[in-house]
Ligand binder design. Structure first.
Ligand code: BG6
Length: 506
């Protein structure tokens, strides 16, 4: 049931424009939203309803999966949208908002349900939650949920404070913390592939898997977000959330039921089993951080990180990090999980690679040939698919063994038009399905892990390496893997627009 009044705080911001309005439109077009809903855009700046609807239209034209024209269908969609200029710190403003939502609730028969989407800076989460309550907005019959964007805190301490402020008003079960990676089709597919196939789960352990690699590489620099990013860095921006979440999904035990809380319980167990660090030296031995310097991307010179807008020219913030992570439990003992992410790397891609152990090397085939290990690869972004790399005889040859790929290219079949993560997540929050949102204990454990790394890094920046924009990060990032006798599996293709399926093209 998605009947609700949606309150979009930060409605004139980038997230609303790029992701939320287009998501509403797709859900509407696909008849998932129905007609019993209203969207109230809220921000400080003054705007008429008409102007606001024009903004929404423009954002849909630019970013939505569906084309839009100003016809009857558009009019009936736009009719659900209203705007109110709001002073976040003024409870009277919230009383006015209450009157508006009561009216819209009645007009659209929304059942008193309310979803507040806080597309705002985290320091405003507390005041907004408080005023939603003080303004009487949470008194109506029906459910009251809040959706919160990242970053959820800066470290464990600030996250705890933030959480306490929100919890004064909302129950945990009504708090939907967004990690947009959990809304991605292929991330959701990991569990399905693992648990719905007879041939993966029996091999999913340290007996058969030698290592797991998670790469989340980006070609962009910090764009206009220098101010935020310089305080955050790659580890907080991507590691604490997207990467540890993907790792937890790869490593978790099968839940007893496919119920949100059971799934989240299993992820929590993984996060609790992450091996901590014994000392700053231990952190440095298992992590690498880097910062991009000037370089060339697609034949164009691009500036170094320290030359970017709103970045401290002497900044020691990392734009790349890699880590060797261990999950100390029965299933994963001794299996390294290598994770890496960075900006201004050569390719935009997110891939999870499972490398299997080699067949025993005393058998005929492997003594005579150098066999490549079997790989199972989840391609998350921007191409979506799964492929399995195995060894087979080269047709027509005298027993030459070559790696071949069995691949399922999802984006080749359905195009890159699969629902956006935000569509899914907005829909799930409206339906009350919290499976793909992060629960507080997950967030806290992830911060606890990340804080250990941050505090060792803080002792001095002498381990910060630079890498030229357009390269695969610092040399030490390669060594982290090669010193264990492995290598980073190449992500396919050289260019984000030209992603080649390396193995299938042989
Ligand atoms: C965000 C980070 O969470 O994820 C950004 O704050 C990053 O720095 C983005 O660019 C990447 O998301 P995607 O979906 O484009 O891989």
């Amino acid at each position: 049931m998605t009947n609700a009044v949606f309150l979009i705080f930060g409605a004139t911001g980038d997230l609303a424009r790029r992701k939320l309005f287009p998501a509403f439109y797709s859900l509407y077009r696909e008849r998932k939203l129905g007609e019993k809903f209203a969207v109230v855009g809220l921000a400080r700046r003054s705007r008429t309803n008409e102007e606001f609807r024009e903004d929404v239209l423009e954002s849909i034209k630019e970013f939505a999966r569906y084309n839009v024209t100003k016809d009857e269908r558009w009019e009936s969609f736009a009719d659900h949208f209203e705007y109110m200029s709001l002073d976040i710190n003024d409870v009277n403003s919230f009383r006015e908002l209450k009157a508006l939502t009561d009216r819209l609730d009645e007009k659209f028969d929304a059942g008193g349900n309310k979803l507040s989407y806080l597309a705002l800076a985290p320091e405003l989460f507390g005041p907004v939650s408080h005023n939603l309550k003080a303004g009487g907005l949470l008194e109506t019959e029906g459910w009251h949920r809040v959706v919160i964007e990242k970053p959820f805190g800066y470290d464990l301490k600030s996250a705890e404070k933030l959480n306490a402020e929100i919890r004064q008003v909302f129950e945990e079960q009504d708090i939907y913390r967004i990690d947009h990676y959990l809304g991605k089709e292929m991330v959701q597919n990991i569990n399905v592939v693992r648990f719905a196939n007879a041939f993966f789960e029996p091999l999913w352990n340290n007996k058969y898997i030698s290592n797991i690699q998670i790469t989340l590489s980006e070609t962009v620099g910090v764009e206009e977000r220098g101010g935020y990013y310089d305080r955050s860095g790659a580890l907080r921006d991507m590691g604490q959330n997207h990467m540890l979440q993907m790792l937890a999904i790869m490593a978790m035990e099968p839940p007893s039921r496919m119920h949100p809380e059971d799934i989240r319980d299993e992820k929590v167990k993984v996060l609790r089993s992450l091996r901590g660090f014994e000392s700053a030296a231990d952190v440095r031995a298992n992590t690498v951080r880097g910062q991009y310097s000037q370089g060339t991307m697609k034949g164009q010179q691009v500036p170094g990180y320290r030359q970017e807008d709103k970045v401290n020219p002497e900044s020691a913030t990392e734009t790349y990090f890699a880590a060797r992570v261990f999950v100390d439990n029965f299933r994963w003992a001794g299996v390294p999980f290598y994770i890496r992410t960075g900006k201004r790397l050569p390719v935009k891609t997110t891939e999870v690679v499972v490398e299997f152990k080699n067949v025993p090397n005393n058998v005929y085939l492997s003594t005579k040939h150098k066999l490549e290990p079997n790989l199972l690869v989840f391609r998350v972004n921007p191409m979506e698919g799964i492929y399995f790399k195995m060894n087979a005889k080269q047709p027509g040859s005298e027993g030459v063994i070559v790696p071949v790929a069995m691949d399922f290219c999802q984006s080749c079949q359905v195009g890159l038009n699969t629902p956006e993560a935000y569509e899914r997540l907005l829909y799930d929050a409206a339906r009350g399905d919290s499976t793909y949102f992060t629960r507080w204990d997950e967030v806290a454990l992830a911060w606890k892990y990340v804080d250990q790394i941050e505090s060792a890094w803080k002792e001095g920046a002498d381990d910060l390496q630079t890498y030229a924009a357009g390269t695969w990060g610092p040399e030490r990032g390669q060594k982290l893997v090669t010193q264990d006798g492995f290598k980073w599996w190449p992500v396919n293709g050289q260019d984000e627009n030209e992603v080649a399926w390396e193995f299938t093209q042989r």
